[in-house]
Write a protein that binds this ligand. Sequence first.
Ligand SMILES: Cc1cc2nc3c(=O)[nH]c(=O)nc-3n(C[C@H](O)[C@H](O)[C@H](O)COP(=O)(O)OP(=O)(O)OC[C@H]3O[C@@H](n4cnc5c(N)ncnc54)[C@H](O)[C@@H]3O)c2cc1C
Ligand code: SF4
Length: 508
Amino acid sequence: MSRLVLVLGDQLSEDLAALREADPDRDVVVMAEVAAETGYAPHHPKKIALVLAAMRKFAARLRDQGWTVRYTQLDDTENAGSIPGELLRRAEETGISRVLATEPGEWRLIEALRDLPLDVTLREDDRFLCSHAQFQDWAKDRKSLRMEWFYRDMRRRTGLLMDGDQPEGGTWNYDSENRKPPPGGIGHSGPMKFTPDATVSEVLDLVEARFAGNFGTLRPFHFATDQAQARRALAQFIRYGLPEFGAYQDAMLDGEPFLNHALISPYLNIGLLSPLEVCRAAEAAYRRGEAPLNSVEGFIRQIIGWREYVRGIYFLEGPDYPRRNALNHQRKLPPLYWGAETKMRCLSRAVEQTRDEAYAHHIQRLMVTGNFGLIAGIDPAELHEWYLSVYADAFEWVEAPNTVGMSQFADGGILASKPYVSSGAYIDRMSDYCRPCAYKVKDKTGPEACPFNLLYWHFLTRHRARFERNPRMANMYRTWDRMKAPHRDTVLAEAEAFLDRLSAGKTV
Ligand SMILES: Cc1cc2nc3c(=O)[nH]c(=O)nc-3n(C[C@H](O)[C@H](O)[C@H](O)COP(=O)(O)OP(=O)(O)OC[C@H]3O[C@@H](n4cnc5c(N)ncnc54)[C@H](O)[C@@H]3O)c2cc1C
Ligand code: SF4
């Protein structure tokens, strides 16, 4: 009996579970560009273009390999507008009522497929290195789910950077050699850029016409949109970016949006690259003596550690995870996140770069936009929607744990052992944003005081009951308590005044 084989826009891998199981002579692949997916969040136009262009090229490749593909374009008049709607339409059209699908990466779609009045079989997405069962097994009976322990298990399981049963070099984690302040300049010219071909150009025109109102600059568009291009982008990173990846992983430089980062998350997340091939390429560079261990270990940890771990948490915690708000933060997302003017240079630069590239690296997301959101008490659900919208790599399984858990502590500490908050001093140390800023990073109070300096203490005092007994935060409270009472009062009063201006929509 024939089946409809669903391939979603982030499942563009030839070894996808459903495709492996299906029969090209009998089964029909269904792919659909639908308004429900392009519109469930106000996605960055570059993100929409990336996914649609990569889908069209993947469908063409499947056809070349002999598959029958029923492909729906966004502007097709028959388009049912949603994935379930398209499956129902194709079922009626072909008379096939059995559906074979690979589990989607978000609860919203899993539930929609389960509710379909068709005979749906969901296969686990084994493009990830840790299955649901393995993660549940790892998490079972543990008091805390710290990533570092998970990561060590993943090193053992994959054999990556292992020397027998010991970690390569004798140490699991080389972060003490990483996290250097920004270099004067960087030698690496950034990620490989691709000139739009005919398929990409057609999609760019479509996106321009339909999503002009969404936040984000569509052109120039340089993302890789097929596996061959993504592999070339990976090879360029391994050769030129990886050697200094570790050292400058946390650095931020104005005018250098990518530094030594790989810019491969969009490709990994839509299936153009596999996590294992990426890690093996990095390990091979180390074994050839072309990249140092601190960089290669740090890079591999992001992928077999953080990436797999956050996915494990997302599926372990269940569909309500993105809506959690343990700190009860209720402030509306200020317009500066959508590009409204702000005098805070770190934020304006991170947002401008996000608008232009649909990309910001981890520390910009965590310690600039995320840190500000947390210390300003912004509703994590609003931040979740923002991060889900503005980055080309944003899919809920990876974005929600990073935003809600790591960055906003809104899961109450499942993912992070302490909130990622800092004053302006951290941003000043790791970037060149502060010198030209209208605020003064050294000022703790007064009209020009860096807002991060004020809000940091405001956050700690308003959540004192929750955090003061956290051993990793005791020092912060001791520092606060040692300050003179009038100074503390001024800090808190100025923080309140700042938050009032922020909420009133004034330029801050
Ligand atoms: C608030 C917030 C939201 C985020 N949202 C997303 C998201 O929607 N999609 C996404 O892929 N990543 C997200 N991240 C994680 C991280 O910022 C990006 O993976 C990274 O910036 C991608 O750029 P890159 O490919 O240049 O990464 P590199 O710095 O070069 O790292 C290499 C790879 O490691 C993986 N990786 C690194 N850190 C993480 C992490 N914390 N979680 C998962 N994978 C990681 C990515 O696949 C990345 O491509 C978020 C982080 C924060 C703090
Ligand atoms: S002074 Fe404060 S607001 Fe300005 S760039 Fe530095 S950290 Fe950001």
